[in-house]
Design a protein around this ligand. Structure first.
Ligand code: ADP
Length: 488
C-alpha cells in the first residue's frame, strides 16, 4: 500500500517539499531550496520561472528518493499566488521574467480604473482592483514584451500563475486550480469560470489562459524513473494554510504571522461581499463543493520585529522580543502603529506612516518592544472585527502559524484582545501540511472529516476574563491609528 504523499510549497523566497506519512500523520522528510528575486526598478519585483521550476524538481526528486517512488500515492502543490508567468506552449520555456505578486509596476493603471468597472470587478471576483492581482501584470507583459505578442499571434502563448506553470512543466497540462484563478481578477468566483467582460477590459484573450479546475481535479502525472505519480491537489498558499489548520467549517479562521499578517476566515458555502475592504476568495473546491473565505492582511507584522532588531537595534534576535515584553507588566502608556508602508483594511491609507505615542521619561525599551508586539495583535483585531461585521458569523477561536507565532507573549495577547482562544499547532508548516492533506483527501486516503484529527495543538492560549482592560488598550491603539492617518 502506498503510504506517502509529497507536498510542494512554491513560496516567494524558497521552495520546500515534504514527504507526509498519511497513516502516521507526520512529515518524515523535508527539503528546501532558496529562490532569488530581482528588483530591476523601484517597486518592481521579478523572478526567474526556470529557477523556480528547477529548484522545485530538485526538492521533489530529493523527497521521491527519500520515500521511494513506489510508496508515493500522489503530489500536492501549494504556491505563492498572483505571480504571473508567460511561457511558450511548444517548449515550456518562459518568455520573460515572472512578475511577482509584490510588484507595483501596474499601480498607476489600477488606480485609473473607473468606479463602474471597479464595482464590477468586486462583484465578480471578490477583489479590490490593485496591482497585487494577476490581471494588470498579464496586460503589462502583453503591452511590453514583443515576443509574447508574437507567440500569442501564433497561438503558442501560455499565461498563468506559478502552479499553472509548474503543473504544465511537470505533466504537460495547462490548468489552474480555482483558488489561484480567484486571485487573478479575471475569474468569476460564483460561476467558477473566466469572465469574458473582464478579460476584454484587460485586453487578455481567453485562449492564453489555463483551464480552471477544482483543487482535487485531474492535473496529470509526473514520471519518476519507471513510476508515474499523479498530482492530486493544488491550491494557493494561504488557502493551503487554512486547510492545513483544519479550518473547513464556517467560522473557522487562521492567522499567519510572517513578514506580514494574513487572516483567512472560512465562510462556508457563502460568498460574502465585504463592506470593510476585505477580499472574498475561494477557500477550496473539493468533492464538487466550493467553500469561500474572507481574507484580510496587514502589510507589517513580523517586519515590525525585524525593524526593532535590524532597524533600531533594540533587540538582538526576534525571540528576545518575548522576554523583554514579559519583563514589564504593560506598555507604560505607549501605543505603536506599524504603518511602515501604509495601512490596509479597514483603514486603507497608503500615505500613513508608523507612529509611537505616549513616550515619557519612564519609557524603557521593554515598553517599546511590548507596544510593537501588541500592535501586531491589534492589527489582527482590526481584521477580525471587519470579518465579524461583514459576515455576521461569530469567530470561535483562531488557529495561528508563521514565524512570529513562536512568540508566546504575542499569542497570549492576541487571545486576550480578541477574547477567544488562540490555538498553536505542533506542525507550524501549515502550507505544506495543507497541500499534503488535500492530496491525501483527493486520493481517498483520508476523509475530509478526518482532517481535524491530523492537527495536533501544541498550546491553546485562553483569553483573559478581563475584557475591559484589553478593550481599553485597543481603544488607545485606535486613537494612535487616527493620528497616524492625519497625513497631509
Ligand atoms: P515569511 O514567510 O513572511 O518570510 P516567516 O513565517 O518565516 O515569514 O516569519 C518570519 C518573521 O517572523 C520575521 O519577520 C521575524 O521577525 C518574525 N519572528 C520570528 N520569530 C519571532 C519571535 N519569536 N517573535 C516575534 N517575531 C518573530
Amino acid at each position: 500500500m502506498k503510504k506517502y504523499v509529497i507536498a510542494l510549497d512554491e513560496g516567494t523566497t524558497s521552495v520546500r517539499a515534504g514527504v507526509y506519512d498519511v497513516e502516521k500523520g507526520m512529515f518524515i522528510h523535508r527539503a528546501q531550496q532558496d529562490v532569488g528575486q530581482s528588483f530591476p526598478r523601484s517597486g518592481w519585483v521579478e523572478q526567474d520561472a526556470n529557477e523556480i521550476y528547477y529548484k522545485s524538481m530538485y526538492v521533489l526528486n530529493d523527497c521521491v528518493q527519500a520515500a521511494g517512488a513506489e510508496n508515493v500515492a500522489g503530489i500536492g502543490i501549494a504556491n505563492q499566488r498572483e505571480t504571473v508567468v508567460f511561457w511558450n506552449r511548444d517548449t515550456g520555456e518562459p518568455v520573460c521574467p515572472a512578475i511577482v505578486w509584490q510588484c507595483r509596476r501596474t499601480g498607476k493603471f489600477c488606480e485609473s480604473i473607473e468606479a463602474p468597472m471597479r464595482k464590477k470587478i468586486k462583484e465578480k471576483t471578490g477583489l479590490l482592483p490593485d496591482a497585487y492581482f494577476s490581471a494588470s501584470k498579464i496586460k503589462w507583459n502583453l503591452d511590453n514584451i514583443p515576443e509574447a505578442r508574437k507567440l500569442m499571434g501564433e497561438g503558442k502563448l501560455c499565461a498563468g500563475t506559478v502552479e499553472s506553470f509548474i503543473v504544465f512543466r511537470l505533466t504537460g497540462r495547462f490548468l489552474s486550480d480555482y483558488t489561484n484563478a480567484s486571485r487573478t481578477m479575471l475569474f468569476d468566483i460564483k460561476k467558477l469560470c473566466w469572465d469574458k467582460e473582464l478579460c476584454e477590459f484587460f485586453g487578455i484573450p481567453l485562449g492564453i489562459l489555463p483551464q480552471p479546475v477544482a483543487c482535487d481535479g485531474d492535473f496529470g502525472s509526473v514520471r519518476f524513473g519507471g513510476k508515474q505519480i499523479p498530482i492530486t491537489g493544488v491550491l494557493g498558499d494561504q488557502q493551503a494554510a487554512l486547510f492545513g489548520q483544519a479550518c473547513y467549517r464556517e467560522g473557522d479562521g487562521k492567522i499567519t504571522y510572517g513578514t506580514g499578517l494574513f487572516m483567512l476566515f472560512h465562510t462556508g458555502d457563502k460568498c460574502i461581499s465585504s463592506d470593510s475592504g476585505l477580499l472574498t476568495t475561494i477557500a477550496y473546491t473539493l468533492n464538487g463543493k466550493t467553500s469561500y473565505a474572507l481574507e484580510g492582511s496587514a502589510f507589517n507584522a513580523g517586519s515590525a520585529v525585524q525593524w526593532l532588531r535590524d532597524g533600531i537595534g533594540l533587540i538582538q534576535t526576534s525571540g528576545e522580543s518575548e522576554e523583554l515584553a514579559c519583563s514589564v507588566s504593560d506598555s507604560g502608556g505607549i501605543s505603536f502603529v506599524p504603518a511602515f508602508t501604509g495601512l490596509g483594511a479597514p483603514h486603507w491609507n497608503s500615505e500613513a506612516r508608523a507612529l509611537l505615542t505616549g513616550i515619557s521619561r519612564g519609557t524603557t525599551k521593554a515598553h517599546i518592544v511590548r507596544a510593537v508586539l501588541e500592535s501586531i495583535a491589534f492589527s489582527a483585531r482590526d481584521l477580525a472585527e471587519c470579518m465579524i461585521r461583514d459576515s455576521g458569523i461569530c469567530l470561535r477561536e483562531i488557529k495561528c502559524d508563521g514565524g512570529a507565532s513562536a512568540n508566546s507573549f504575542l499569542m497570549q495577547f492576541q487571545a486576550d484582545t480578541l477574547g477567544i482562544p488562540v490555538d498553536r499547532p505542533q506542525e507550524r508548516e501549515s502550507t505544506l501540511l495543507g497541500a499534503s492533506l488535500l492530496s491525501a483527501v483527493s486520493l481517498g486516503l483520508l476523509r475530509s472529516d478526518e482532517i481535524e484529527t491530523r492537527r495536533v495543538s501544541e498550546k491553546i492560549f485562553k483569553p483573559s476574563p478581563n475584557r475591559k482592560k484589553f478593550d481599553d488598550l485597543y481603544n488607545s491603539y485606535l486613537f494612535a491609528v487616527k493620528r497616524a492617518l492625519m497625513t497631509e
